[in-house]
Design a protein around this ligand. Structure first.
Ligand SMILES: Cc1cc2nc3c(=O)[nH]c(=O)nc-3n(C[C@H](O)[C@H](O)[C@H](O)COP(=O)(O)OP(=O)(O)OC[C@H]3O[C@@H](n4cnc5c(N)ncnc54)[C@H](O)[C@@H]3O)c2cc1C
Length: 380
C-alpha cells in the first residue's frame, strides 16, 4: 500500500474498501499478508489520523453499504480510535508522563538492534524494516511487535512507542501510546498481550516462524493513578469576522471564516522524513481544497507568526487534541471548535472500551449515521 496525501486519495481508498468493510473484514482483518496489497484492512488510518477524512464520514459510508450487524467489527475498530482519543483527553497526564519518560529513559543495550531490525527474530526484524520503509504496519503486527519489544526483548515500552510514533504515517498520541500501554498490561490493569509463535505463523500465512519468544507476559508494574480532568469546555465561537487557522490535527475543518491560513509546515515532533513529507503534502492539499471550496485565498503561516497574521481578528480552529500540535499552537488566543462526533463520544470514554462500546449504536443514531431510510416510493 502507498499513501498519497490528498483527500481525493482518501475518498478513493474508502470507496474501494467499502465492499470489504462488512463480514469480509470481520473474518479476515487479523490476517497480515505482508507489505504490498492488503485487501483485509482499509489502510485508511493515515487519512483518518489527520482528519483528511473524519471517523463520522467513514462510518456513514460503511453503514450506507452494510447493515450495522454486518459492519459491526469495522465500526468497532473505528470507534476504538474515538475511544482512545476521548480517554487520553480526560487524562492528559498519561501523555505528559510518557513524554517525560521518553526524554529521560536511557537507550538500553539492545535498543539499536531492535530498531535496526537486527535481533535475529525473523518477524520482528522484518516489521522493523517494513515500518521504516513504508510508515505502516498491520494492526496484528503492531501488537506482536510491541509484545516482543516488551516481554521478549525487555525494552522499555515508552521507547518502542516513541519509535512507532515517529515512523508511523498514522502516528497518533492517543492510539499509539494507549495501545502500547494495553500490550504492556498498564491500560487494562493486569491484562497483557503475549505474542505467540504459532499465532504469528498462522496469521502471516507461514511467512514467519519466530524462535525464542517469551512464553509469559507478566504485566509491568502499574503506574500511580493519574487524575481525570473534565473535557475542556467549548466556548461559543466569536460573532463577526474571524480568521480560521488550520492545523494538521483536522484538515477538513467544518468552519468558515473571513481569512484562512494553513500551517506552513508540520508541527515539529521528531518524526521520520517519510512522515513529515506525508503531513506536509496533506497540509498543501488542505490549502488547495479550502481555496477551491471557499473561493478565498488561503495563506500559509508559521506558528510564530499566527498572531501577526490574524491582525486582531479572533482566531478559530478545529480542536487539536492532546499532543504536540495542541502544545505548540493552542493557547487562550484560539477559539477552538470540537467536532460534534467527539463532543458526543468522548464523555463515554471514562472507563473501559466495553462500556464505551455499549454507546456506539446510540452515538451513530444521534449523529444521523445509519442505514438509508427507504423513501416513500420504495416502501410502497
Ligand atoms: C502498538 C500499537 C500501536 C498503534 N499505533 C497507532 C497509531 O499511532 N495510530 C493509529 O491510527 N492507530 C494505531 N494503532 C491501531 C491500529 O493498529 C491502526 O489504526 C490500524 O492498524 C490502521 O490500519 P487500517 O487503517 O488498515 O485499519 P482498519 O483495520 O482498516 O481499521 C479502520 C480504522 O479504524 C481505526 N482503528 C483500527 N484498529 C484500531 C485500534 N486498535 N485502535 C485505534 N484505532 C483503530 C483506524 O483509524 C483505522 O484506520 C496501534 C495499534 C497497536 C497495537
Amino acid at each position: 500500500m502507498t499513501w498519497h496525501p490528498t483527500r481525493t486519495a482518501a475518498l478513493q481508498r474508502l470507496e474501494q474498501f467499502l465492499p470489504r468493510s462488512g463480514r469480509a473484514y470481520a473474518e479476515r482483518r487479523n490476517h497480515d499478508s505482508g507489505p504490498g496489497a492488503r485487501p483485509e484492512v482499509s489502510g485508511l488510518s493515515p487519512y483518518i489520523r489527520y482528519r483528511m477524512i473524519a471517523e463520522s464520514d467513514v462510518l456513514a459510508a460503511v453503514t450506507s453499504r452494510h447493515s450495522q450487524a454486518a459492519a459491526e467489527k469495522f465500526i468497532q475498530e473505528v470507534c476504538w480510535r474515538t475511544y482512545w482519543k476521548g480517554w487520553l483527553e480526560q487524562r492528559p497526564d498519561v501523555w505528559r508522563h510518557y513524554c517525560r519518560d521518553v526524554q529521560t529513559i536511557e537507550r538500553p543495550p539492545g535498543y539499536a538492534a531492535a530498531v535496526e531490525g537486527r535481533t535475529g527474530i525473523d518477524c520482528f526484524d522484518a516489521w522493523a524494516q517494513e515500518l521504516v520503509e513504508t510508515g505502516y504496519l498491520h494492526n496484528h503486527a503492531r501488537m506482536w511487535f510491541a509484545s516482543i519489544w516488551v516481554f521478549t526483548l525487555k525494552l522499555p515500552w515508552q521507547l518502542g512507542a516513541d519509535w512507532f510514533l515517529r515512523h508511523l504515517l498514522d502516528g497518533d498520541p492517543a492510539s499509539n501510546t494507549l495501545s502500547w500501554r494495553w500490550v504492556a498490561g498498564l491500560q487494562t490493569v493486569g491484562k497483557t498481550y503475549l505474542a505467540r509463535a504459532d499465532n504469528i505463523e498462522r496469521y502471516t500465512q507461514g511467512r514467519f516462524q519466530p524462535q525464542g519468544l517469551a512464553s509469559v507476559a507478566v504485566p509491568l508494574p502499574a503506574d500511580p493513578p493519574v487524575a481525570m480532568r473534565p473535557l475542556p469546555l467549548q466556548a461559543p465561537l466569536p460573532t463577526g469576522p474571524v480568521a480560521l487557522l488550520v492545523t494538521e490535527e483536522d484538515l477538513s475543518p467544518e468552519l468558515t471564516a473571513d481569512r484562512i491560513a494553513v500551517l506552513d509546515q508540520p508541527v515539529e515532533r521528531g518524526a521520520a522524513p517519510l512522515v513529515t513529507r506525508f503531513i506536509a503534502g496533506a497540509l498543501d492539499d488542505a490549502a488547495t481544497r479550502l481555496g477551491a471550496t471557499t473561493g478565498r485565498p488561503v495563506e500559509r503561516v508559521a506558528i510564530a507568526d499566527i498572531a501577526a497574521w490574524a491582525n486582531g481578528l479572533p482566531i478559530v480552529s478545529a480542536y487539536a487534541p492532546v499532543g504536540p500540535a495542541q502544545s505548540a499552537v493552542f493557547g487562550p488566543q484560539i477559539h477552538w471548535q470540537r467536532r460534534a462526533w467527539d463532543s458526543a463520544a468522548w464523555p463515554h470514554a471514562k472507563r473501559g472500551f466495553f462500556q464505551f462500546r455499549e454507546q456506539i449504536a446510540s452515538l451513530l443514531r444521534d449523529a444521523g449515521i445509519g442505514p438509508r431510510q427507504p423513501t416513500l416510493f420504495e416502501t410502497r
